[in-house]
Design a binder for this molecule. Structure first.
Ligand code: T1G
Length: 644
């Protein structure tokens, strides 16, 4: 069956593209569109062509799967130009999303009409590239330089209404898109045709405008947005053809660069992780209400995330004062969401009214899911679940948010193991995207599927993890920190290690990050392991904690901190404390420091993979990117070190 069918409504042709799942512009689609333009141009009975799409969306862009291969004709820029050059006006009828090459095709059409629910955008920068088929050249001609810079450099799609206001689409319609497109076409044919997009004038901008745009674009931390600004500037200052040539050259250069390969890897990883193959066809247990036990920072964050996703939430604490404190924290988080424009005032009010706090476990009895987020102590957690199991029905999913304890021990002896699972959120839980889903040996597929479905509802990135000390993320973190300490022992200054990792693209280096989070929690875990008879060597961090240096909260950790100042200052005291362990000095270049740390993470990742703790190396990359601030443009530690 062809990917393009053409039917007639009088003198108007409707060309419908059908290339599931998202009508991507594969070679076959480009060829079919080219042939259609030729055929319809040659047909004197056709006065206008409506380009529509079957399925969930208009064209979502170039086919990302073809990106590793050499481009084959008809090339997309030529196809867009061919549609535009057609004597018969083409009308793009957009539903779902017109993204990347999809929007470029639409901009080649003489008119664009969109369903009110549609979105349009140029997400190429998210893939480490720029629009490659006139996106940077035609957008400023339709919506002006300012709006075009925002659209192209952010990669964020805009609503149909916003696109209409900006001049990017000509009409927004409700109801049946094809019928509306026919009405639009008939009325458009009664008036003189507007100029083709390439024939439109664009107003040049002053130098300062472009400098500001480049500065803002550079904040993304990778080169594509900055290069896009350069192309947009060219589009407003040079001829159309010159600007097109410059865009194409930039596009091809970026497309074959390692950054684009890394971002493509992340793109596919992010689409695969939420849908593990072993859960295909499994009907998830329903989650329509939730409870959280423990209203500290973590529990409050989880409750906030559940609330923002529209689930009624009840939070349980041990005392009335604790419950009130939890409520204040969660309401504060909702206020933050309001301030950042994530919710409106009415929604904020509704969330505040819907939030329940309690000290009575029976108030959780009717919840479909209860997440435990209490102190990391096995007995405390076991007690919580014993009480929950007694209070809740046997269909309530019981989840632990433990970071380091073994979920099998937490749930040991409990009736109904099938509904028990680990859901490891990252702090702050209403902000961080990662959730490690940790099934137990007895967890049913329905429970596991429910956890994945819940993550989709919360807008989280779920990654399945097996049971081991620290699961995927914290196990790698431990290895990373150990390697960072090994470098210090070798004589590399603490500040050099941090600077090296910042230079690599992390927001913070390993030592300053520990100072922010506190050194004492990990030290306490090591002590507990030692008390349990494990052979845990003394770390440099242990030496600091023993000297009362717990991080920023004690105004000293790996660094010193002046009163009221979070700027890390290298510490003579720390040098003294660690002097017996530091052997000599080292002037290892920063690139080598970063390479050694990333390699240590990737080697731990390899062990995790070989033990089956992670199902795919790409999952490990997602954990690092979404849970630990590993730079996305590198593709994650596994991809970066050639292990995926
Ligand atoms: N190419 C190939 N496959 C794609 C694809 C694409 N562009 N977009 C999505 N898929 C697959 C995806 O892997 C998944 O596959 C399925 O479609 C459903 O996706 C020259 C350079 C359109 C909003 O970046 O934003 O145009 O797992 O789970 O939530 O300038 O997909 O089912 O096998 O995300 O309904 C620019 C990216 C390309 C669009 C739909 N375009 N896609 O969301 O489904 S560059 C993009 C999306 C470009 C030109 C250039 C979303 C969506 P599978 P999904 P969804």
């Amino acid at each position: 069956m062809s990917v393009l069918t053409i039917r007639r409504e009088g003198d108007i042709a409707i060309a419908t593209l059908d290339n599931p799942p998202v009508n991507a512009l594969s070679l076959e689609v480009r060829q079919a569109l080219w042939d259609a333009v030729e055929e319809l141009d040659a047909d004197p009975g056709v006065r206008a062509v409506i380009l529509a799409c079957a399925g969930r969306t208009f064209i979502a862009g170039a086919d990302v799967k073809e990106f590793g291969k050499p481009p084959e004709p008809p090339h997309l820029p030529d196809l867009v130009a061919r549609i535009e050059a057609s004597e018969t006006p083409w009308i793009a009828a957009i539903h779902g999303s017109a993204l990347g090459g999809g929007l470029e095709i639409a901009m080649g059409c003489r008119f664009r009409i969109a369903h009110e629910s549609a979105k349009v955008g140029l997400p190429e920068v998210n893939l480490g590239i720029i629009p490659g088929a006139s996106g940077t050249v035609r957008t400023p001609r339709l919506m002006g330089a300012k709006a075009a810079v925002e659209l192209v450099t952010s990669g964020r799609p805009i609503s149909a209404a916003k696109a209409e206001k900006a001049g990017l689409v000509d009409a927004v319609v409700a109801g049946d898109l094809e019928e509306e497109a026919l009405v639009f076409a008939r009325s458009a044919l009664e008036r003189p045709l507007p100029p083709r997009t390439s024939e439109r004038q664009v107003e040049p901008q002053p130098d300062s405008f472009w400098q500001d745009a480049a500065k803002t674009a550079s904040k993304a931390g990778h080169q594509a947005p900055v290069r896009a600004v350069d192309c947009l500037r060219r589009a407003t200052e040079a001829s159309f053809d010159e600007a097109m040539a410059h865009e194409r050259e930039t596009f091809l250069e970026l497309r074959s660069a390692p950054e684009a390969a890394a971002l493509r890897h992340v793109f596919f990883a992010e689409r695969a992780a939420p849908r593990p193959a072993h859960l295909k066809g499994v009907e998830p247990s329903d989650i329509a209400s939730a409870g959280v036990v423990g209203g500290g920072t973590m529990g409050a964050g989880i409750a906030t995330a559940l609330g923002l996703a529209g689930l009624p939430v009840t939070v349980m604490e041990t005392s009335d004062e604790g419950a009130e404190r939890a409520k204040t924290r969660i309401l504060g988080n909702f206020d933050g969401a309001l301030k950042r424009g994530k919710i409106d005032a009415a929604e904020r009010e509704r969330l505040g009214d819907a939030l329940k706090v309690t000290t009575d476990v029976s108030d959780l009895s009717s919840c479909d899911l209860v997440v435990e987020a209490v102190f990391e102590d096995l007995e405390v957690k076991r007690d919580v679940f014993a009480r929950l199991a007694a209070a809740c029905g046997d269909r309530t999913i019981l989840a632990t948010n433990t970071s380091y304890l073994d979920p099998r021990e937490i749930f040991a002896g409990l009736e109904g193991q099938g509904r028990c699972i680990g859901l490891h959120f990252f702090s702050p839980a209403h902000v961080m995207k990662l959730v490690e889903i940790v099934p137990l040996p007895g967890t049913t597929p329905e429970t596991e599927a429910a956890a994945f479905k819940l993550c989709a509802r919360l807008g989280k990135m779920p990654v399945r993890a097996g049971i081991c000390d620290g699961f995927i993320g914290n196990r790698i973190l431990k290895r990373y920190r150990a390697e960072a300490e090994a470098l210090v022992e070798q004589g590399v200054p603490i500040a050099e290690v941090d600077a090296a990792m910042r230079g690599f693209g992390m927001k913070m280096g390993p030592f300053e990050a520990q100072d922010l989070g506190g050194l004492d929690i990990a030290a306490a875990q090591r002590n507990a392991a030692r008390e349990a008879g494990e052979d845990v060597p003394e770390t440099l961090g242990d030496l600091l904690v023993a000297a009362g240096r717990k991080g920023q909260k004690s105004r000293g950790g790996w660094y010193d901190y002046a009163e009221g100042d979070r700027t890390p200052q290298p510490s003579g005291k720390v040098s003294e404390l660690l002097s017996s362990r530091v052997r000599g000095t080292s002037d290892l270049p920063r690139e080598d420091i970063a390479a050694r740390l990333v390699d240590a993470m990737a080697r731990e990742g390899e062990a995790i993979l070989s033990e089956g703790i992670a199902s795919r190396s790409a999952d490990i990359d997602l954990v690092e990117i979404h849970g630990y601030g590993f730079p996305r443009r590198t593709g994650g530690p596994m991809h970066h070190s050639g292990r995926s």
